[in-house]
Design a protein around this ligand. Structure first.
Ligand code: CMP
Length: 144
């Protein structure tokens, strides 16, 4: 099905100047960018986004990492966008992620793993409005 998913380029991706490289992978794949912005995540926003992790032992580290520099937030749209983006991202831990995936090609860290993508339709539905108002999402055709 046609889906929208929430993608974040995390602070490590911004600091390593990988915005263009990661964006190119998404565009080259054929997906549509329906929304795009750079923002600084606040602790409050982090707690909202990572609701399910707030009680986990690693949460304080996750919060300080995700608020350490800006992120780029995107809504990526297209056929099976949620699961295909997860496949393109690779496993959470860069050391376990396959070569050819974003995490497999660019990182060795479990926490500083470059990119976030909604892990299912329920998550996408919850996460997109955390980062984007309706009027910040664009509808347009991909062909000229
Ligand atoms: P993500 O899947 O975007 O959302 C949760 C994040 O928490 C995950 O990426 C990692 O960055 C981080 N994370 C998950 N598990 C651990 C862990 N065991 N230790 C530290 N960070 C983790």
């Amino acid at each position: 099905p046609q889906e929208q998913t929430l993608i974040l380029f995390k602070p490590d991706a911004i600091q390593r100047r990988l915005i263009g490289a990661l964006l190119s992978r998404i565009e080259n794949k054929g997906y549509k960018i329906a929304g795009l912005k750079m923002l600084q995540v606040t602790p409050e926003l982090a707690r909202k986004h990572y609701e399910e992790h707030v009680e986990k032992p690693f949460y304080p580290h996750l919060e300080s990492f995700i608020t350490s520099a800006p992120v780029v937030a995107l809504v990526v749209e297209g056929p099976d966008a949620i699961s295909v983006m997860r496949t393109m991202m690779g496993s959470t831990n860069g050391r376990e992620a396959n070569p050819g995936t974003i995490r497999g090609d660019y990182g060795t860290s479990r926490q500083m793993n470059l990119i976030h993508g909604s892990d299912g339709p329920e998550a996408a539905k919850r996460e997109i409005p955390i980062y984007f108002q309706d009027n910040e999402l664009c509808e347009y055709s991909l062909s000229l």
